[in-house]
Design a protein around this ligand. Structure first.
Ligand SMILES: NCc1[nH]cc(CCC(=O)O)c1CC(=O)O
Length: 307
């Protein structure tokens, strides 16, 4: 059997595609990697919030799923919208890498905790808001582009450090530049961070779907991601809204922390609940409901007014 794998062309995206390819090849499946450029790759001079985050990294891949030019699209799970069109399905989530954020710099003695003032490059509304809340002495500059572009900007002196997902830094083998691992209680990651999601057209054959799920899906990660994505869906957050959420599964106990932070970092609402691993979506939805009861709707309105 041949599986055609669609991916964006950045180094991190290709790492993810090769990772998936290796898992398939191990079981004797033939593969072909097809690189597809998305709007998010082409437009680098505007923030994601301004482009309109919906589908910026996924639209062109979905177009090719429909034509059959590719069988699967490989995504960073956190780049995916919280709900897909009915014509598409997520059939697998790969085992999650450590989900925390890291501070990256050529000067690895830098630390947010030190109280020293320095400039951090990031364009994530979540990371900017969390910095303002916990580390108001830190200055930020907007920084988009793939990891290699950001590192170049760091080397050009546009900032002293970057705030990035550990998963991407590790996969690109930049571990030596990690100055600090950030706490999950402060920098709770974006929904899906660290996992690779496999999308297919709903019309893909049942045989291919079953095989792909069997070879690529990590059930524990899937349960966590289902909870997180239900949470995101209920709060209607795209990747440009500073909503965060992370579920974990220990000894069959599913637990999740989810929250929202205002853009200026002044208001944070965060809840942690435990739930049943059999119904992960219920847990995500319950956390979203608790946040809405605690005033999340008002923060969401403020953010929409801003963009
Ligand atoms: N928004 C871009 C993006 N999408 C996925 C990752 C990192 C890897 C991952 O979480 O799977 C990154 C870069 C970053 O946030 O540092």
């Amino acid at each position: 059997m041949l599986i055609k794998i669609g991916t964006r062309g950045s180094k991190l995206a290709l790492w993810q595609a090769y990772y998936v390819e290796k898992m398939l090849q191990k079981d004797g499946i033939d593969t072909q990697i097809i690189i597809i450029e998305t709007k998010g790759d082409k437009i680098l001079d505007r923030s994601l919030a301004k482009i309109g985050s919906k589908g910026v990294f996924t639209q062109e891949l979905e177009d090719q799923l429909l034509t059959g030019a590719i069988d699967i699209a490989v995504h960073s799970a956190k780049d995916l919208q919280s709900s897909l069109d009915l014509a598409f399905e997520l059939i697998a989530f790969t085992e999650r890498e450590k989900a925390n954020d890291v501070l990256v710099s050529r000067n690895t003695s830098l630390s947010l905790k030190s109280g020293e003032t320095f400039v951090v490059g990031t364009s994530s509304t979540r990371r900017i808001a969390v910095l303002k809340h916990f580390y108001p002495h830190i200055k930020t500059v907007d920084m988009r582009g793939n990891l290699q572009t950001r590192l170049r900007k760091l080397d050009e002196g546009q900032c002293d450090a970057l705030l990035l997902a550990y998963a991407g830094v590790h996969r690109m083998e930049y571990d030596d530049l990690i100055a600090e691992h950030l706490l999950l209680d402060e920098f709770t990651p974006a929904v899906g961070q660290g996992s690779v999601a496999i999308e297919c057209a709903s019309a893909l054959s049942g045989e291919k779907k079953a095989l792909l799920k069997a070879l690529l899906n990590d059930e524990d990660t899937e349960k966590c991601l289902l909870a997180e994505r239900a949470f995101l869906h209920k709060l209607q957050g795209g990747c440009s809204v500073p909503v965060f959420g992370m579920a974990t599964l220990h000894a069959k106990q599913l637990s999740m922390t989810g929250g929202i932070i205002s853009l200026d970092g002044s208001k944070v609402i965060r809840k942690t609940l435990a739930g049943s691993e059999t119904y992960p979506e219920q847990l995500g939805t319950a956390i979203a409901d608790e946040l809405l009861d605690a005033g999340a709707g008002q923060i969401l309105e403020e953010i929409k007014g801003h963009q």
